[in-house]
Ligand binder design. Structure first.
Ligand code: ASP
Length: 433
């Protein structure tokens, strides 16, 4: 018995928790009658407290971890030239993959025609929220924190990145004069990584509760009229994740894509269960570092940046939604409209925060750009949660693939670790023993 327990790694346990959680959630929805036991004690009691408790523990790590690891990373790289190169490459990659993602989505949409023949009356509609557009100039200005402490307190990722980068670069420049400070940040960063390992110990329980709660609240009956739309989104997400990214990885690094997916799966599972890219940052950095040999020097910068501005999965949902709603409302879009969608959805992806459901809010910007009715969002809102979970997994995979490519080209990937068969399970396996 003890032997068997030792063999079960954290990866496996997270997946068992995910599948069991989904099954249990569906059972709750269909077989357990509504009432105090199901709703108050289980779903909104035990699952809510344990699931969201775990999520909050992960969120608790994000700001201090990003701040310290980015200072250490940029101080380690030191020269602004290399940092600039890494930055430009990363942003170019993020923009290009997002534009490609929308193109994949529009093509899949045109192929499957999810909105043709839809009976709008049969779809459960929800109330829509419209995004308030911030001007482009303000978006750029907002990157500079007026008050870095406020930026940290509000978890404003771009402001934190800017401030931490400047601090790191100057620490490197000051050399010995800032030795103590660098040592302090390095030690605090190590502490945060230790804390990540500690929090991950309860991941299977947290994932089980989050998934059970989600699935117990998802009305599967609402799926039926929307199956074509959902299938189109899933298909486009699959193409982006397993074809586009893996081709980029193979061409950009020569590394084995199957190995990459295998080692990164637990992070995708975690993103799926929480539907938040932000909360996934510590686990992504840790997994890339310990299982794939990708230096934190690079990932501490590219992962938080990606979780903030690179949302390929979200862009895919938005692309398919455009085709779906245009067809459902009988609106014809011109080739120029499609180009506008590619441009606005790329911008919307930058403006989408890595938390649940925001992609649906920024979708109103995309709809407005080509004159689609905002009421169209109400059609897809009811079934969006499951798509949100799936696209978040793709969002963070895009960040990790880009990070691996940029790090590899910067000679910051330990290929032996990447190729190692035995998964170094982030010291996590020790917990089972
Ligand atoms: N939930 C997504 C994320 O965190 C954002 C979205 O598409 O709503 O990446």
């Amino acid at each position: 018995m003890e032997k068997n327990r030792k063999k079960l790694g954290l990866t496996t346990r997270i997946f068992i928790a995910l599948i069991l959680g989904a099954i249990f959630g569906v059972i709750l929805y269909y077989l357990v009658p509504k009432g105090t036991f199901r709703d108050d004690i289980l779903i909104n009691g035990v699952f809510y407290v344990l699931g969201d408790g775990f999520l909050r523990l992960m969120q608790m790590l994000v700001v201090p971890l990003v701040f310290c690891s980015l200072i250490c990373g940029s101080a380690a790289i030191g020269d602004t030239k290399t940092l600039g190169k890494v930055g430009v490459k990363t942003i170019a990659f993020y923009m290009a993959t997002t534009a490609l993602a929308i193109t994949v989505a529009l093509s899949v949409g045109k192929l499957i025609n999810p909105g043709i023949g839809l009976d709008i009356a049969s779809v459960q509609q929800a109330e829509t929220t419209v995004a308030e557009a911030t001007s482009f100039a303000d978006t750029i200005l907002n990157i500079i924190p007026k008050n870095p402490i406020q930026g940290l307190a509000e978890g404003n990722m771009l402001q934190i990145i800017v401030f931490a980068l400047i601090v790191g670069i100057l620490i490197a420049k000051m050399g010995e004069r800032a030795d103590l400070l660098l040592k302090g940040f390095t030690q605090f960063n190590d502490l945060m990584m230790e804390m990540t390992v500690l929090v991950m110990k309860v991941a299977p329980v947290g994932v089980f509760c989050l998934i059970s709660k989600n699935f117990a609240n998802i009305g599967f009956d609402a799926f039926f009229p929307m199956l074509k739309y959902m299938f189109s989104v899933f298909l486009a997400l699959g193409v982006q994740c397993f074809v586009v990214y893996m081709t980029f990885l193979k061409i950009g690094t020569g590394l084995n894509p199957v190995k990459f997916i295998k080692k990164f799966l637990p992070v995708m599972g975690f993103a799926f269960s929480t539907a938040t890219s932000n909360a996934t940052i510590p686990m992504s950095i840790d997994t890339l570092d310990k299982k794939m040999g990708v230096s934190k020097k690079i990932s501490s910068f590219t992962i938080p940046l990606g979780a903030t501005i690179n949302m390929d999965g979200t862009a895919i949902m938005q692309g398919v939604a455009v085709v779906f709603v245009a067809q459902a409302f009988g609106i014809t879009l011109t080739p120029m409209d499609y180009l506008t969608v590619i441009a606005t959805a790329t911008l919307a992806s930058i403006g989408t925060a890595g938390v649940p459901g925001v992609g649906l809010i920024t979708l109103s910007m995309v709809f407005a750009s080509v004159g689609l009715p905002v009421e169209g969002i109400a059609l897809i809102m009811g079934i969006d949660r499951i798509l949100d979970m799936t696209r978040t997994a793709v969002n963070i995979t895009g960040d990790a693939v880009c990070t691996t490519i940029v790090a590899y080209q910067n000679k910051d990937v330990d290929v032996d670790v990447f190729n190692s068969k035995e998964e170094k399970e982030v010291e996590m396996d020790t917990l089972v023993c």
